[in-house]
Ligand binder design. Structure first.
Ligand code: MRU
Length: 334
């Protein structure tokens, strides 16, 4: 069985995170007892993936409330400053803020914040099941799929978005072969997607990101399915760096390209992809493999963690409310 990405131990209280930086070499956990520790764990990618960081941030607010109610506002600020691209983080902090505003004078404040965080976690798992149910219908009985980064159980409260679609297809009796892009520079595909899908009995082949176009020219690929970190109102989608190139290749080879994401990943205040803030990370992620530096020291490095795939390259966005053409996601606004 897969280890849990996030576990809330209410009696202590603490949040136990699976340390995703160690997978697949070892299964280790990191305990967060404060909101500062939670923020550090999001920043250093102990926990990563848009829905998972949203859930972790919600528990970070609960940890702040447990220590000192006067620290809750600080927790909102600190947690919001951890990673800029995945909108689920801000969406989840906003849900916690609404509860805080309503109950800040009440003796039930801690209990109400904790119950909201638990609800965010539970809903994420339920939503992923629904994404899987609607998404699996796009796949034939025997299907070959390419995915990028990790949009699985490890990136969410469980089951996954893009990988949830694959899980649901397998549960429906379909035979699924998966190509996982290794996903330079942090290798979420090679480390995390390969780990969780192999542990679940999938047929998984890891490729370097640059191999995907050639693969599409040589083998019938039924679909590319990835997750998302933020979807703009016009359907432009930010996801892990390399997604855009994969979408261009898919278009070139007539392979349908799908995004699987909860509605909470749609930023209804963001008209187009140009407005999505893109996180730039430490250059050493590109310069180094493990402890070895392999980029020539005089060369500069650029390390955007995400890119934006234009809506016109996206066949459909798979959500808990069904599959939508990118130009129709506005209809999901409440
Ligand atoms: O930098 P990461 O590992 O947090 O990036 C994760 C991704 O880009 C995922 O594809 C995305 O968050 C969707 S996870 C369901």
């Amino acid at each position: 069985m897969l280890p849990k990405t996030i576990e809330w131990l209410c009696e202590i209280p603490l949040m136990r995170l699976l340390d995703q930086r160690k997978i697949p070499t070892s299964i280790e956990f990191r305990d967060c007892r404060t909101y500062e520790e939670t923020a550090a764990a999001i920043e250093d990618m102990t926990v990563r993936g848009a829905p998972a960081i949203g859930v972790a941030a919600a528990y970070g607010v609960v940890l702040a409330a447990h220590i000192d109610h006067s620290k809750i506002e600080d927790a909102f600020l600190r947690l919001s400053a951890t990673r800029p691209t995945a909108v689920n983080l801000f969406w989840s902090i906003e849900r916690m803020r609404l509860v805080y505003t309503e109950y800040k004078e009440s003796p039930e404040l801690y209990q109400m914040l904790e119950s909201e965080a638990l609800k965010i976690e539970r809903e994420d798992r339920e939503i992923n099941r629904k994404i899987g149910e609607s998404g699996q219908k796009i796949l034939p009985e025997i299907a070959t799929v390419i995915t990028h980064c990790n949009a699985g159980a490890l990136a969410t409260a469980g089951y996954g978005t893009a990988l949830g679609v694959l899980r649901a297809a397998k549960e429906a009796g379909k035979q699924i072969k998966v190509y996982a892009d290794e996903t330079r520079p942090r290798l979420q595909g090679g480390r995390l997607t390969a780990f969780e899908l192999c542990e679940d009995g999938f047929d998984v082949t890891v490729i370097c990101d640059s191999m995907a176009p050639f693969l599409m020219s040589r083998e019938k690929i039924d679909a590319v399915i990835t997750g998302a970190d933020r979807i703009a109102l016009n359907g432009d989608t930010a996801n892990k760096i390399g997604t855009y190139g994969l979408a261009v290749s898919a278009k070139r080879h007539n392979v349908p390209f799908y995004i699987a994401a909860p509605i909470s990943t749609i930023d209804f205040n963001c008209p187009t992809g140009e407005m999505i803030p893109i996180e730039e990370r430490d250059h050493d992620e590109v310069r180094m493999a493990g402890s070895e530096i392999f980029v020539y020291k005089k060369a500069k490095v650029w390390n955007p963690a995400f890119d934006v795939t234009p809506a016109e390259l996206i066949t459909g966005i798979i959500t808990e409310a069904g599959i939508f053409e990118p130009s129709h996601i506005k209809e999901l606004q409440e």
